[in-house]
Design a protein around this ligand. Structure first.
Ligand code: ZN
Length: 238
């Protein structure tokens, strides 16, 4: 018979391994790692970011709006979506926006093998370089990492950027006014704002990015009237 103490030790060791691989890296990325950007570090300066795109149905109108208001943004694009919309990646770059990496297929690194992080970044970098972009920033989908994600990003010269403000703009009930209210209520002095120009994942509403653009028509002038300005990631400060 195996002693009870031994069984408990084995279970505890197993739980520790699960936590070390599946829980700790994402927690560190989202809350503790000092190498991850979650604020711009510059009072009154906001970073506007869009995940999951590009989407030919929504991204052109979003770029029109940002141009209208003179607002730069960082697009964390999904590699396969970018490869399907090369002109939109070229337009982002030509109009002064930053193009960052949001994985190649929007997979959750937390549940993937150790080698996934490096392979995914390589595939994403190759796809975006093919389109003339030179990514410098990375945002893992859902902010989830495995133990190698941050190391693999740094090894390729990529800085990891998460967020401090979300507005749940992907939800079915996210009306433009509601999303704008959430944004205006949550933005702080040096927030990094995360919105979406494409719907990815089961819980996302396919038509939501259209309402996100309408929400920005309400929120951008209000934020500018309140004295906020928008910067690119390269202008952030520790
Ligand atoms: Zn995403």
């Amino acid at each position: 018979m195996i002693p009870l103490a031994t069984t408990q030790s084995v279970l505890a060791a197993g739980a520790a391994c699960v936590a070390a691989y599946f829980v700790a890296p994402s927690l560190s990325c989202k809350a503790f790692s000092r190498s991850v950007w979650r604020q711009t570090g510059r009072p009154g300066k906001l970073l506007l970011t869009f995940d999951d795109g590009p989407d030919p149905r929504y991204t052109p109108a979003l770029l029109d709006l940002l141009g209208e208001w003179g607002v730069p943004a960082c697009f964390f694009v999904v590699g396969e979506n970018a490869a399907a919309c090369p002109d939109l990646i070229r337009r982002m770059t030509a109009e002064g926006h930053e193009v960052g990496i949001h994985s190649y297929r929007h997979e959750n690194a937390r549940f993937r093998r150790p080698s996934f992080a490096g392979a995914d970044l390589e595939q994403s970098l190759a796809a975006l370089r093919e389109l003339g972009a030179e990514p410098r920033y990375y945002r893992p989908p859902w902010g989830n990492c495995n133990p190698f994600t941050l190391y693999e990003a740094r090894a390729r010269g990529l800085e990891t950027v998460l967020w401090s403000v979300m507005a749940q703009d992907w939800e079915r009930g996210a009306t433009p006014r509601r999303t704008a209210q959430r944004l205006l209520g949550r933005v702080g002095s040096s927030s990094i704002i995360c919105l979406h120009d494409r719907s990815m994942g089961k819980s996302a509403d396919d038509t939501a990015p259209g309402r996100t653009i309408q929400a920005l028509r309400l929120a951008l002038p209000a934020l500018q009237r309140a004295g906020f300005t928008f910067i690119l990631p390269e202008e952030m400060a520790r």
